[in-house]
Design a protein around this ligand. Structure first.
Ligand code: SAH
Length: 249
C-alpha cells in the first residue's frame, strides 16, 4: 500500500502523529527532497529504502511504488506541507488507481499555516477579511486563473512558488487593485531554524525581496489582515448568545 503523507512545513516535530507512525513503519520512503526536512528521515526504520523524488520522474516514482507493492511492502510518499497544495499528488493517485494499488492520504501542516504562526497573525479577521486566497503567479507552470482578477478581491492572500518573481507579483497585485500601502510580508522557510520574516507593503515587495535576498522557499502574504485594526469577534463577546453560552445584556 502507498501512504501519501504531509511532512509539515519543515520543523521535524510538525509532522502529524499518524504521519510519523507511517514513516516509522515504511519499507520504502520517497520524499520530496527539495523541501522536506531530511531530519524527518531519522524516523525511518533500519533497512528502509529512501529515495529523493527531486531526482526522479513521475514514471520512476511509480515504478518504485509498483516494485514495493509486488514485494508486499508499504511505501510512504512524503510531500512537503500538505500534499493537497502544489503537491502533484493527483497524477500519482490516478496512476495508482489505474494499476489497482491502494493508497491513502495523511494531511500535514501547510506552510501557509506555519507562515501565519511565524508572523503571529490571523488571515480571517472580523471586519477586515473572512476569506483567504491561496494562489501562485504564472511562471514555467501556466496559471489558468487570471491572477490580477484574484487580487481584485483584496482579501487575505498567500502566494506559493512566487518569491522568485516579486516584480511581477507586485505589478499584478497593484494592477488587481491592492493599494501600494497594503501590508505584505515575505516568510522564508517558516518553522525551520533559518526562518526569516520581512514585513513590507504591496508596493515594496520587489525591493524587499532584493534587499533581504529572499527569492525561494518563501511565501508572499498580502492583505489588511497584517494591519493592527479589526473588530472583536462575536463568538467571544459577552453579549453574544451561542449554542454553548447565554449572552448577557
Ligand atoms: N504542499 C506545500 C506547498 C508545496 S509548493 C504546502 O502545503 O506548504 C512549494 C512552495 O511552498 C515553495 O515554493 C514555497 O512558496 C512554499 N513553502 C513550502 N514550505 C515552506 C516554508 N517552510 N516556508 C515558506 N514557504 C514554504
Amino acid at each position: 500500500m502507498v501512504h501519501f503523507v504531509g511532512a509539515g512545513p519543515g520543523a521535524p516535530d510538525l509532522i502529524t502523529l499518524r504521519g510519523a507512525e507511517l514513516l516509522a513503519k515504511a519499507d520504502v520512503v520517497i520524499y520530496a527532497g527539495s523541501l522536506v526536512n531530511p531530519a524527518l528521515l531519522e524516523r525511518c526504520k533500519p533497512g528502509c529504502r529512501i529515495h529523493n523524488s527531486a531526482e526522479l520522474t513521475l514514471e520512476q516514482v511509480l515504478s518504485l511504488m509498483e516494485e514495493a507493492e509486488r514485494r508486499g511492502e508499504d511505501t510512504v510518499r512524503l510531500h512537503t506541507g500538505d500534499p493537497c497544495l502544489y503537491g502533484a499528488v493527483r497524477e500519482q493517485m490516478d496512476a495508482l488507481e489505474q494499476r489497482g494499488i491502494s493508497f491513502d492520504d495523511t494531511p500535514g501542516v501547510s506552510s501557509f499555516c506555519a507562515a501565519a504562526a511565524a508572523l503571529k497573525c490571523e488571515y480571517t479577521l472580523p471586519g477586515v477579511s473572512q476569506s483567504l486566497i491561496l494562489a501562485r503567479i504564472g511562471g514555467r507552470t501556466p496559471v489558468p486563473e487570471q491572477f490580477s482578477a484574484l487580487a481584485a478581491h483584496q482579501t487575505s492572500m498567500v502566494l506559493f512558488l512566487s518569491a522568485g518573481m516579486l516584480e511581477q507579483v507586485q505589478r499584478e497585485l497593484l494592477k488587481g487593485g491592492y493599494a501600494p500601502e497594503t501590508p505584505a510580508a515575505l516568510v522564508y522557510k517558516a518553522s525551520w531554524p533559518e526562518e526569516k520574516t520581512v514585513r513590507c507593503t504591496g508596493g515594496t515587495l520587489a525591493q524587499s525581496g532584493q534587499s533581504s535576498g529572499i527569492c525561494r522557499t518563501a511565501l508572499v502574504l498580502v492583505g489588511d489582515f497584517l494591519r493592527g485594526e479589526y473588530t472583536r469577534s462575536m463568538l467571544y463577546h459577552p453579549g453574544f448568545t451561542t449554542g454553548y453560552r447565554e449572552g448577557q445584556v
